[in-house]
Design a protein around this ligand. Structure first.
Ligand SMILES: Cc1cc2nc3c(=O)[nH]c(=O)nc-3n(C[C@H](O)[C@H](O)[C@H](O)COP(=O)(O)OP(=O)(O)OC[C@H]3O[C@@H](n4cnc5c(N)ncnc54)[C@H](O)[C@@H]3O)c2cc1C
Length: 413
């Protein structure tokens, strides 16, 4: 079949599924993107916008285990596991522990470095192509530490960044203030990654991508997929209504974020996928307080000068897909932001929780589902789904349709 006659269905219109749908459509396939919500309403709505190719260290690093047990049950720590969810989380946590062995962590870093390669240029080009170049801010990322003891906890991650060739400039407090005058004296050490970038409105970015997809002839269908089912040599997406008849494809791509596990499990594909619930507090103003992504590394919080105002994002809560957001987690972020930047006092806020789709070794699952011809998976991007979205889309499009040919006359590259 030529790409133009190949029918492909993509479940999930987050940044991953939308990037894939657009990449496949641009190469000529007949693509339908299916989501129960509007594009970008899941985890991709409220992330911190960081394009972080230097984040090659997996979450399960050898040193992390010593601090995890006490952090997990401490409600105020950046990592929290409610006791009620412990039995459900245990199998995943055991795999996470196994992934923190030095050899596994090194192997994961190599895979992450390969997946991140070229991400910065790809997002810069994409933001231009989508007509939203103003969303791409290339001013680097500044990671902040109070002292050597705090920095030493992340030493493994910084060693890995340098090993993979990322330039890191170490700054003292004066150096920090030269870049970001509002950073208080609490932070004495800065680690500056000049070659990193930020998307200043991740939701608008996905929406622009979805518009480009439909503008190029792609079809968006707003339906919940309740089941994936073999139909002949292809796949049928079952939905609770009659539209399902139209949702029959030669290939199906599951890019349903943290919900991918429940779509794949009935097909006998067990994914070790767990939601790491993250929160943000969006201040409706105050974006001028910092001029680039600033990471309060000791608090594990990202501070970003978003279009709407300053956003602080972070925390990991392993609490499953069903429980409502725990507003105490957002309140912790809000307090940290106001303590660090008193200029935020009096500015109103909005809070949000999203489900990061996380694998124990931080390596996303991208590619064909073995033994299920025509079924593809693209999930598990964890803390880096925005960063890795375009490379994931390219991988899936290359594997499904073959590498792109030379551009036709007049075609944008
Ligand atoms: C606080 C926070 C900060 C973050 N910061 C960053 C960052 O700075 N940089 C970075 O690279 N990453 C960051 N991330 C991670 C990033 O946001 C995620 O990795 C990414 O959004 C995952 O995208 P996705 O498309 O896989 O999932 P989602 O965006 O969740 O999309 C999945 C979609 O599938 C749909 N869906 C699910 N099940 C079904 C079904 N049965 N039928 C129909 N539709 C279905 C959902 O409605 C949803 O729209 C952050 C995450 C959080 C929570």
């Amino acid at each position: 079949m030529t790409p133009s006659t190949l029918r492909i269905g993509v479940v999930g219109a987050g940044i991953i599924g939308t990037s894939i749908a657009l990449a496949l459509r641009k190469r000529g396939a007949d693509v339908t993107l299916v989501d129960r919500d509007e594009p970008g309403s899941g985890c991709s709505f409220g992330n911190s916008g960081a394009i972080s190719p230097g984040s090659v260290a997996p979450l399960a690093m050898p040193g992390v285990l010593a601090s995890v047990p006490s952090m997990l049950l401490d409600e105020a720590s950046p990592l929290y596991l409610p006791v009620r969810y412990l039995p459900r989380a245990l199998p995943w946590l055991m795999r996470f522990v196994a992934s923190a062995r030095p050899a596994v962590a090194e192997a994961s870093a190599a895979k992450l470095a390969a997946l991140h390669a070229g991400a910065l240029d790809a997002h810069e080009a994409m933001s231009r192509e989508l007509g939203v170049p103003e969303l791409f801010l290339k001013r680097g990322h500044l990671h902040l530490y109070p002292d050597e003891a705090a920095l030493s906890k992340d030493a493994g991650g910084w060693r890995m960044r340098e090993a993979y060739g990322f330039q890191v400039e170490r700054l003292d407090h004066a150096g920090i203030q030269a870049l970001e005058p509002a950073v208080p004296a609490r932070y004495q050490i800065g680690m500056y990654l000049a070659d990193h970038a930020t998307i200043l409105n991740p939701f608008r970015y996905v929406k622009a991508m979805a518009s480009a997809f439909t503008g190029a002839g792609g079809r968006f269908v707003r339906r919940k997929v309740s089941r994936l089912e073999r139909q002949g040599n292809g796949w049928r997406m079952e939905t609770p209504d009659e539209e399902a008849d139209r949702l029959v494809f030669d290939h199906a791509v599951v890019a349903a974020g943290a919900w991918s596990r429940e779509l794949l499990a009935p097909l006998g594909i067990p994914l070790a996928l767990e939601s790491q619930r993250g929160y943000h507090v969006q201040f409706l103003g105050g974006s001028g307080i910092v001029s680039r992504t600033v990471v309060l590394a000791d608090r594990k919080a990202f501070v970003t000068p978003m279009e709407e105002g300053l956003r602080i994002g972070g925390t990991v809560e392993i609490g499953g897909l069903q429980a409502p957001p725990d507003e105490r987690r957002a309140a912790i972020l809000s307090r940290i932001a106001r303590e660090t930047f008193p200029g935020l006092e009096g500015i109103s806020t909005r809070t949000w929780m999203g489900h990061r789709p996380c694998m124990p070794d931080s390596i996303p699952v991208v590619g064909a589902a073995a033994g299920h011809g025509g079924l593809w998976m693209a999930t598990g991007h964890g803390h880096l789904g925005l960063t890795d979205s375009l490379n994931t889309a390219r991988q899936i499009a290359d594997a499904l349709l073959g590498p792109p040919g030379p551009p036709h006359q007049g075609e944008r590259t």
